[in-house]
Design a protein around this ligand. Structure first.
Ligand code: ADP
Ligand code: MG
Length: 633
């Protein structure tokens, strides 16, 4: 909240705003000129809002005014004034909009901004653009008259330190907002018209309202998405992208569409070079600009495209949609959903083209947006297409940042293999060391490596691709890949007689471990490790996720599989045959379980585990002491 203080019309900025203002006014930035872009962008927003009201025939004050932005420079006075005939602000709105940061998550932005980034370019993206004026101002006067007929005009004044004041404005004040900036000594060049003109040309060329500088219009107002493709240059596309997405770098790729039948629409959609979901929070400028017959209906339409395409920025316009429609009912409009499906289809084909013809760009796309795109596993009507665009690291890749597609995977798999296998873990190393992978390595079966939590939903969510089931490598029974031969002559099994003995050992180990495991079984998948924990139908990563979401649910005990050939197991068998109650056997069995749980990432009781290791050490040390005592004699 902006708090009221003495005198009666003085207010304190909210703490986050004070912090932001402090940073803004005390540092010198190379991109200081963005404050002009931010104020113009606010003016344009305000004009969009009032134009929207007026086309719906709502009552607005000063109906006769043109929708425009007027900028005046006064070199002598060292001031810059930016005025619009937009929706304006009431007293209450001035206090709230220019005294607080309402958006959740913005406090986090401010913190980050203070600590490291200080990239002023970001400022507009986080809903704090207005405050950037204090990079250049010693004092700011905002005079505003709301479009609401019975709200009186008010003046908001501040020096950008701790407080602002609200006073009455002259009654002849017309609708809109006028921001008068008293420039700092070191920023007085912003009072020079030529300088302001270059800034407008750089950042605000695409603002859809006339911007007049000392009375003369500066911007061109072209809706480039309505132009034929051949008329638009690469530079113009990028210039427009930077404007619409608040970006300083070029776009990675774009798609320009226009259709007349069965429904008229134009679309210009950009894939950004970097993912804009900063700091783990939603990007507030997410969504696309939706125009109906040249009128901006929604600047951040988040429902038009499916969630998994939320990295896209751009414009969609149709002349076949009704103008006098509310944002809410727009989404249910049948024309809109037709346009939507057409665009989604085109986008997926566009991505396929990029993947095929420009693998480098595709790989950049995947690196930045793949995580979001994978959420598309649940777009059932486009499932196969979406799946074919997914990429994964795999056992056949040499590094952690190489990718294969499901198609490549299927092309090079052995004929006998009838499923797609994947295994998840936090990183490549831990996946590679998972004992569940041993049999796949020994048979040279490719396994997709998954490091993103989303993979645990995406891959099982797809269920199958090209009629091949998608299965987690730590949930399959080795018999499922029986038909695929080992690359080297390997036998993981023992003779029937030996198996019987090993089975008894397994029973004994289950006795020792009790409820910690569901069962203890002989393994036909372990090549190098003595033991592994396997889940029942659910991959261990998935289990961890489930536990994260339902922390009170007790994890289901797993099955401990023991190798039939590992020397450690064979030694334990010998020990067991001599004395089934051997103390060391008990300690060893417990530690065998702990080590398997550790690899599986499912250690729930580190104290018990430390205790287990200590008992084992004690045994070893005692054994060693006896031996060395003997040798001393
Ligand atoms: P954002 O534009 O992202 O919301 P800003 O800090 O730029 O964040 O502006 C804060 C708010 O102040 C705006 O959302 C708007 O409600 C109000 N505002 C700013 N400038 C104007 C203006 N010229 N006319 C009307 N309202 C404005
Ligand atoms: Mg703004």
């Amino acid at each position: 909240m902006a708090e009221k203080t003495e005198p009666a019309n003085r207010y304190e900025f909210q703490a986050e705003v004070r912090q932001l203002l402090d940073i803004l006014s005390h540092s010198l930035y190379s991109h200081r000129d963005v404050f002009i872009r931010e104020l113009i962008s606010n003016a344009a927003d305000a004009l969009d809002k009032v134009r929207f009201k007026s086309i719906k025939n709502e009552v607005i004050s000063d109906n006769q005014l043109n929708f425009e932005i007027n900028i005046d420079c006064d070199e002598k006075e060292k001031t810059l004034t930016i005025a619009d005939t937009g929706i304006g602000m009431s007293e209450q709105e001035l206090i709230e909009n220019l005294g607080t940061i309402a958006r959740s998550g913005t406090a986090e932005f401010v913190k980050q901004f203070a600590q490291e980034s200080q990239d002023v370019n970001l400022i507009g993206r986080f809903g704090v653009g207005f405050y950037s004026v204090f990079m250049a101002a010693t004092r700011v006067e905002v005079t505003s008259k709301s479009a609401h007929v019975d709200e009186p005009a008010k003046i908001w004044t501040s020096e950008g330190t701790g407080t602002f004041e609200i006073t009455d404005a002259p009654t002849e004040q017309k609708r809109g907002t006028r921001i008068k900036i008293y420039l700092r000594e070191d920023a007085s060049d912003f009072a020079q018209a030529w300088k302001v003109r270059t800034i407008i040309e750089k950042y605000s060329n695409f603002v859809p309202f006339p911007i007049k500088l000392n009375g003369e219009q500066v911007n061109k107002i072209t809706a480039i998405w309505r132009e034929p493709k051949a008329n638009v240059s690469k530079e113009q596309y990028n210039e427009f992208y930077k404007f619409i997405a608040h970006q300083s770098e070029d776009a990675l790729s774009w798609m320009h569409l226009s259709a007349d039948v069965p429904i008229q629409f134009n679309a210009l959609l950009f894939i950004p070079k970097t993912n804009m979901e900063f700091f783990g929070m939603d990007s507030p400028d997410e969504g696309i600009h939706l125009f109906v017959r040249r009128i901006l209906i929604d600047a951040h339409d988040k429902d038009f495209l499916p969630k998994y395409m939320r990295f896209l920025r751009g414009v969609i316009e149709s002349d076949d949609l009704p103008l006098n429609i509310s944002r809410e009912t727009l989404q249910e409009n049948p024309h809109l959903s037709k346009i939507k499906n057409a665009i989604i289809g085109k986008l997926l084909s566009h991505l396929q083209d990029v993947a095929k013809n420009d693998p480098e760009t595709y790989s950049q796309f995947w690196k930045q947006h793949g995580r979001i795109f994978k959420e598309g596993y649940n777009d059932f009507s486009n499932k196969e297409k979406v799946a074919s665009l997914m990429r994964f690291n795999s056992s056949k890749c040499e590094k952690g940042d190489e990718w294969v597609s499901l198609d490549t995977y299927l092309e090079r798999k052995p004929l006998e293999q009838d499923a797609i296998y994947y295994l998840s873990g936090p990183d490549r190393k831990s996946v590679e060391n998972n004992p569940a992978l041993e049999i796949f390595k020994a048979k040279e079966i490719e396994v997709l490596y998954c490091y993103d939590p989303i993979d645990e939903f995406a891959l099982p969510g797809l269920i199958e691709y090209q009629e091949k089931k998608i299965i987690s490598a730590d949930t399959i029974e080795p018999s499922a890949i029986e038909k695929i031969p080992f690359k080297e002559n390997l036998n993981l099994e023992q003779s029937a007689k030996k198996k019987k003995e090993l089975d008894q050992l397994a029973r004994r180990i289950k006795d020792i471990l009790g409820d910690q495991v569901e069962d203890v079984k002989l393994s036909s998948r372990l090549v190098n490790s003595p033991a592994v924990l396997v889940g029942q139908g659910m991959s261990s990563q998935m289990e961890k996720m489930m536990q994260f979401y339902t922390p009170n649910a007790k994890p289901k005990p797993k099955i401990l599989e023991i190798s039939q050939r590992h020397p450690l197991i064979l030694k334990l068998l010998a020990m067991y045959k001599k004395d089934a109650q051997d103390k060391v056997l008990t300690i060893a069995a417990q530690n065998l379980f702990f080590s398997a749980a550790l690899l599986d990432g499912s250690i729930s009781d580190p104290h018990a585990m430390a205790g287990g290791i200590q008992s084992l050490m004690q045994e070893v040390v005692e054994l060693y002491t006896i031996k060395s005592d003997e040798s001393e004699e």
